[in-house]
Design a protein around this ligand. Structure first.
Ligand code: SF4
Length: 223
């Protein structure tokens, strides 16, 4: 069990044990967005901001069929793209960004998706987190992008006390060995979705409960 002054070596060992146990319990953990190539990946991850992966997966088959290349997005109108993604949160902004994304990819990258996080993060509608998710799934760079689940679980598991995703990523990079970053990223998200829910964490069936300083945590009710 972690304490406030947990020595760093102890925290590292605990972190590795957490991932070993999660891996044993959920060996199938992987990204839940459907995609077949780098363009579909970057589009799907960009669409998933503030929307569930399930909802994204419902709209992407028709979207990907209509816009198979970056040039197809570049030549589209925002209104047409909106028609394909209107059930996704923030669809107006996301539609604009997809058209711009197509334009930037065709004008600056020969229609291809760059693989480095730095170049990805400069694309329209692609922030640092999305760029990190894309680059690790393309196998281009090691990174530990922090989404809402990783942010929440990092705090509960006592792996970071920070609130800014970039700061949390820095902490996680120090705590986990680099070869575990990709696996840990996927497993922590799965655990957050399936057990350590934001409102109702199911600590009674959590495989890492004895390693978690927040075991039994309850979301405070609003006054
Ligand atoms: S013990 Fe509870 S709070 Fe801790 S990781 Fe498990 S489900 Fe989350």
């Amino acid at each position: 069990m972690a304490t406030k002054r947990e020595p760093v070596e102890q925290k590292r060992a605990r972190a590795v044990e957490i991932i070993t146990r999660l891996d044993g319990a959920m060996p199938e953990a992987k990204i839940e967005l459907d995609y077949r190539n780098p363009l579909e990946l970057v589009v799907a991850v960009a669409l998933s901001a503030q929307t569930t992966d399930k909802r994204v997966n419902l709209v992407t088959p028709a979207l990907f069929a209509r816009f198979p290349t970056a040039a197809d997005y570049a030549q589209a109108t925002t209104a047409e793209v909106e028609g394909y993604i209107k059930t996704v949160g923030l669809f107006r902004n996301k539609s604009k960004n997809l058209v711009k994304l197509g334009q930037v990819l065709t004008e600056r990258h020969g229609g291809e998706v760059p693989t480095s996080r730095a170049e990805l993060a400069e694309l329209p509608g692609v922030g640092n987190k999305t760029a990190g998710v894309v680059t690790i799934h393309l196998g281009a760079e090691h990174a530990f992008p922090v989404d809402t689940h990783i942010l929440r679980l990092s705090k509960r598991l006592g792996l970071s006390t920070k609130s800014d995703p970039d700061d949390v990523e820095s902490d996680l990079r120090r705590v986990f060995p680099e070869e575990l970053w990709f696996k840990a990223h996927q497993l922590i998200i799965w655990h957050g979705r399936r057990c350590c829910d934001a409102q109702r964490p199911e600590c009674h069936r959590c495989v890492v409960a004895d390693l978690c300083p927040k075991k039994g945590v309850k979301k405070k009710k609003k006054p």
